[in-house]
Design a protein around this ligand. Structure first.
Ligand SMILES: *[C@@H]1O[C@H](CO)[C@@H](O)[C@H](O)[C@H]1NC(C)=O
Ligand SMILES: *[C@@H]1O[C@H](CO)[C@@H](O)[C@H](O)[C@H]1NC(C)=O
Ligand SMILES: *[C@@H]1O[C@H](CO)[C@@H](O)[C@H](O)[C@H]1NC(C)=O
Length: 857
């Protein structure tokens, strides 16, 4: 891009306030001219900014001593005779870091390079072609049919053929025919300005793939010492001339491998005692048995850092991460729940007396320590909270170390003699009956005594669960059966697992809980989320759980006011009063309430109200006209919900009460819901509630997702005020919705003469990334002045035939990447920028054509 073309728009952009002022003074003619200028410039500006690469987080191992390798790669990138570049070297030598650097150079420099698109793809040892294809499709803004990889390969091939692309493939273990298997066009002579770079541990792969190969060499002595000593936290080592030679020896034993230098450096970071350093030299001399594809030296060093972790709990917590599939991101929230379940974070001898919040904080501290030791890496942090990853070489060390905290997963092959070391089992998406390797006998023969995670596992008839429960009865602490096929009743034997601390039965088809569940007196977290057919809960199953701190019954079918009382066997069923009177340690409750009586009962309990985090009100299929209105007269009960639970709610879903339509507008103010993160409105069908108004707040509300669906009575949705954390707005199937007023606050401000149009919304929706509008047959407007949404990345508009104009201006939505819409809608829609100018050409290349058929969603 010529320099001038980039500078000019920047200038114009910077001058916008001035132009704005001129505009207001000079009147229409000038207005139009300047409008045009801003648009045109804005367009170029946006295009200059359009980034060919997406940033990837670089791992802890900074690029040290890799300048030489990097410059060879850069020169190959400029060399027309090179199409594929293979970077090889042993695990831990820093290949991925180099690839990340290349990617991020393109990211940082924006368009400077010669590629339209730089695509990062993680491959890893268990190659999954669909996963690779998906990563590429996502970057291209395509959705794949996923019916066959060949078909998808054709789609990708077509899309990539007319682009100058750079594909970066991390961690390949076998030669892959990129064109045939995946759909990445081979960079042949006429397509020389496209390139592929990959990393691998095996030089053979480079040859097999016809790549120009580059070996990443270990660091020399000087660079090694520099990296190693930079990880130390005490000067003593460097200054003391008795310790220094030992430290240099330790660094030397790391074989110039950055990962080894870093982790060993961190392990020794605070040691000032000469004896410690002598021990370290000896420990690093100890030869571990060989592991294929891995250099002993890395292994030895990583094992060393692992051994040097402060205590067994930390080691065990680290090994837990290795159980997740290679290169998979791990949600720290989930990890910490499991750690708490296993008793790794708060002192078990205190009987886990601490609060769940303290335990979570301790869990987070443990994550931080492992990050600090560089044995975990932080990954993309997304809306869901921080995520971590394990370097594949660290994971290899953990796998090799399988005799301690051994585990079994879908991918592991366990020798019979190793079964006794199995402490954790993690199976997902498999059928126990189909694969002999996972057959129940294998599970039962492993003396797994801590954790059993069976996710989306089919073939778990009651006898198997009974067997599992009986054989692991006195040791199992964590059991997650979410989404697995559990065949109706949960067997009574579950009550035998008296050491259980964590039980997750989410999204299972369990219909009843056994009384014996009440024996689990150490249970701290019971998760029954979305158990859609769970109807029987005997009082004894839950009321006496004296250690229970988290009870999640969000989205269960259980009816708190079922009539007549009593289950199939005549025993008393669980009531809200039992939760109040029992459960002395209850800290967090997630619940759904479908009747006004239940809601009133709930609202009368200070304990339950103050501990509720996720709340869902109304179950449309249940509401009966003989009941009084769910939300009370004039919504009075809802206002009470806000005042009594508002300060603790994180997630709120309100469903319309069709038997008793709401009268008047529904106004929800975030001032009352300061911690709320997710808000869902569903099935408000009454036309007597013509408007929904969501009022933001200046007190930093946390709302991040707003979703309104199946609301057929409302013509207008207004968002008024500031929403500093809002990231997503979803509107689905609202049949008469005509207007989404995001600019309501602006309009009000202008009317009062206190604000002018530009800049206001920057502050109102500073984080909004995504707007989704689906099946809104009457929607006409999403605002008049161009939207100013500085973080907006994507808009999806499907089946909104009346929306003829969208107020988009490149300067107002500088980060907009995709507009997902039907081509025929796009062809006729008007994009209006500031001054009403046509901005469509600017956005043309962001269109991601979609096909909509009724019933999708
Ligand atoms: C249980 O497993 C599911 C499926 O992997 C996971 O999404 C969920 O977070 C786990 N449960 C908890 C409470 O961590
Ligand atoms: C768990 O199993 C391991 C290995 O089989 C054993 O050494 C340990 O004592 C067991 N722990 C408990 C609490 O049973
Ligand atoms: C919003 O609600 C609709 C309808 O319930 C649902 O299909 C969609 O997945 C929801 N969006 C999010 C982000 O949860």
């Amino acid at each position: 891009m010529p320099l001038l073309a980039c500078i000019l728009p920047v200038l114009t952009f910077l001058c916008q306030p001035v132009l704005g002022a001129v505009e207001t003074c000079v009147g229409n003619q000038a207005h139009r001219f300047f409008g045009f200028l801003t648009n045109w410039a804005g367009g170029l500006f946006a295009r200059c900014w359009e980034n060919p690469a997406e940033e990837v987080p670089e791992s802890a191992s900074e690029v040290v001593g890799a300048e030489e390798t990097l410059s060879v790669i850069r020169s190959h990138l400029n060399d027309d005779s090179v199409g594929i570049i293979g970077i090889y070297g042993m695990g831990g030598v820093g290949k991925t870091t180099i690839l990340q650097r290349i990617n991020n150079e393109f990211f940082e420099s924006g368009r400077q390079g010669s590629f339209d698109l730089v695509i990062w793809v993680t491959v890893s040892q268990t190659v999954s072609i669909p996963k690779i294809q998906k990563q590429i499709a996502d970057r291209l803004g395509l959705s794949l049919s996923c019916s066959s990889t060949e078909e998808d390969a054709r789609v990708l091939f077509k899309a990539l053929s007319d682009k100058r692309f750079l594909v970066l493939l991390d961690d390949i273990w076998r030669a892959i025919d990129l064109q045939v298997e995946i759909g990445i066009p081979r960079p042949v002579r006429r397509r020389r300005n496209s390139k592929i770079i990959f990393t691998t541990r095996l030089s053979q792969v480079c040859d097999d793939m016809g790549a120009k190969s580059i070996k990443v060499k270990p660091l020399d002595e000087v660079a090694s010492w520099e990296l190693f000593s930079s990880k130390l936290r005490t000067k003593e080592v460097i200054l003391n001339n008795r310790i220094r030679p030992l430290a240099e020896k330790v660094a030397d034993k790391c074989g110039g491998l950055p990962l080894a230098l870093i982790t060993v450096g961190r392990a020794m970071a605070n040691r000032e005692d000469i004896q410690d350093w002598e021990d370290a030299v000896n420990a690093l001399d100890h030869r571990p048995e060989r592991l294929e594809g891995m250099d002993d030296q890395v292994l030895r060093c990583l094992k060393f850092s692992y051994d040097y972790l402060k205590n067994d709990n930390m080691r065990s917590a680290l090994l837990f991460c290795a159980m997740y599939p290679e290169d998979e991101k791990i949600f720290t929230v989930e990890l910490i729940r499991y750690w708490i379940g296993e008793g790794l974070v708060d002192d078990e001898n205190d009987g886990g007396e601490g609060s769940m919040n303290d335990a979570r904080r301790a869990g987070q501290a443990l994550v931080n320590k492992l990050l600090d030791a560089c044995l975990l890496e932080s990954s993309w942090s997304s809306i869901f909270g921080a995520e971590v990853k394990m370097h594949d070489a660290v994971r290899d060390m953990a796998l090799w170390n399988n005799k301690v905290d051994g585990f079994l997963t879908c991918h592991s092959i366990i020798r019979r003699e190793d079964r006794e070391h199995i402490k954790r089992i993690f199976l997902w998406g498999s059928d126990l009956e189909e694969y002999a390797r996972f057959n129940p006998d294998v599970i039962l023969s492993c003396s797994s005594n801590r954790t059993l995670l069976l996710q989306s596992v089919r073939g778990l008839p009651p006898p198997i669960l009974q067997g599992i429960a009986s054989s692991m009865k006195s040791t199992l602490r964590v059991l997650n059966l979410s989404s697995s096929d559990t065949w109706g009743e949960l067997p009574a034997e579950v009550g035998l697992m008296v050491d259980l601390r964590f039980l997750d039965l989410s999204s299972t088809e369990i219909t009843s809980l056994p009384k014996e569940l009440g024996n689990l007196v150490k249970l701290r977290q019971l998760i029954l989320r979305y158990t859609l057919v769970l109807e029987q809960i005997p009082q004894e199953a839950i009321a006496g759980l004296r250690s229970l701190q988290v009870l999640d019954m969000y989205g269960t079918a259980y009816d708190w006011e079922a009539d007549p009382r009593g289950g199939v066997d005549g025993g008393r069923q669980l009531e809200l009063g039992d939760l109040e009177a029992g459960l002395p340690r209850l800290e967090e409750l997630n619940i759904q309430l479908g009747t006004p009586r239940a809601l009133e009962r709930f609202l009368n309990s200070v304990k339950l109200c103050s501990r509720t985090r996720d709340l869902r009100l109304g179950m449309p299929h249940r509401s009966q006209s003989k009941d009084p209105p769910l939300y009370g007269k004039g919504g009075s009960l809802l206002w009470t919900v806000f005042s009594r639970t508002g300060r603790s709610l994180k997630w709120l879903e309100l469903n319309g009460d069709n038997a008793h339509p709401w009268e008047g507008e529904l106004r929800i103010s975030l001032d009352q819901l300061p911690l709320l993160e997710d808000l869902y409105l569903d099935s408000f069908r009454s036309e007597r509630m013509p408007e929904v108004v969501l009022v933001g707040s200046n007190f930093n509300p946390r709302l991040s997702t707003f979703n309104m669906s199946n609301c057929d009575g409302q013509k207008v949705l207004k968002l008024v005020g500031a929403f500093p954390c809002l990231r997503e707005i979803h509107l689905y199937r609202c049949r008469i919705m005509e207007e989404l007023a995001l600019d309501e606050g602006v309009a009000a401000g202008i009317a009062e003469g206190t604000q002018n149009d530009a800049g206001l919304l920057d502050r109102h929706f500073p984080m909004l990334r995504e707007i989704v509008l689906v099946e809104l047959p009457a929607l006409k407007s999403i605002g008049r002045p161009p939207l100013r949404l500085p973080e907006l990345r994507s808009i999806k508009v499907l089946a909104c035939p009346e929306l003829r104009r969208i107020p988009l201006d490149p300067a107002g939505v500088p980060k907009l990447e995709t507009i997902e819409a039907e081509q025929k809608w796009w062809d006729t829609v008007e994009c209006a920028g500031s001054g009403g100018h046509d901005t469509k050409p600017v956005f043309e290349n962001r269109l991601r054509p979609a096909i909509w058929s009724v019933g999708d969603g």
